[in-house]
Design a protein around this ligand. Structure first.
Ligand SMILES: [Cu+2]
Length: 155
């Protein structure tokens, strides 16, 4: 067999191995993606005045005490993104109480690290219980400044 031909075979084998490695890498990357069928929700967190903080459906519609009501369905998966458009640190969580310490559905974003002004965070969760609950900003003192809203979970 001429030397050139076996070298071509080696190159083909290397090319096939490289392609297999790339395909396996892409498949692993796709498997690690969060579920793409989640319903996307967005809230904006910020301040209206020095003692009036809140949430809104847009950066220009921050509402306080309460913010906009969120209606969810049991068994539906949601990805909530909260953007901090204010000048103070904020965070977000669904709670059975209008206070910290009663998180529901694992729905919380930066509850202890907080979102710095200008940053955002997301959480994917699936409500497993109907009822009327709350979403709050767990930063100390912010619920009292108006950072809460109602969460209604229907069947
Ligand atoms: Cu806050």
């Amino acid at each position: 067999m001429p030397k050139g031909k076996s070298r071509t075979g080696l190159y083909v084998a290397i090319a096939i191995i490289v392609i297999v490695i790339i395909v396996v890498g892409v498949v692993i990357a796709l498997m690690n993606q969060p579920p793409s069928n989640a319903t996307q929700l967005t809230l904006y967190a910020g301040e209206i005045g020095s003692a009036t903080y809140g949430f809104g459906n847009s950066a220009n519609s921050i509402a306080s005490n309460p913010g906009p009501t969120i209606t969810l369905k049991v068994g539906t998966t949601y990805t909530m993104t909260v953007k901090n458009v204010g000048t103070m640190p904020h965070a977000w969580e669904i709670s059975s109480q209008k206070a910290t310490g009663s998180v529901l559905f694992g729905a919380q974003i930066a509850p202890t690290s907080y979102l710095a002004p200008g940053s955002s965070g997301s959480v994917t969760f699936t409500p497993n219980q109907t009822g009327n609950f709350y979403y709050i900003c767990p930063f100390p003192g912010h619920v009292a400044l108006g950072m809460w809203g109602t969460v209604v979970v229907t069947s």
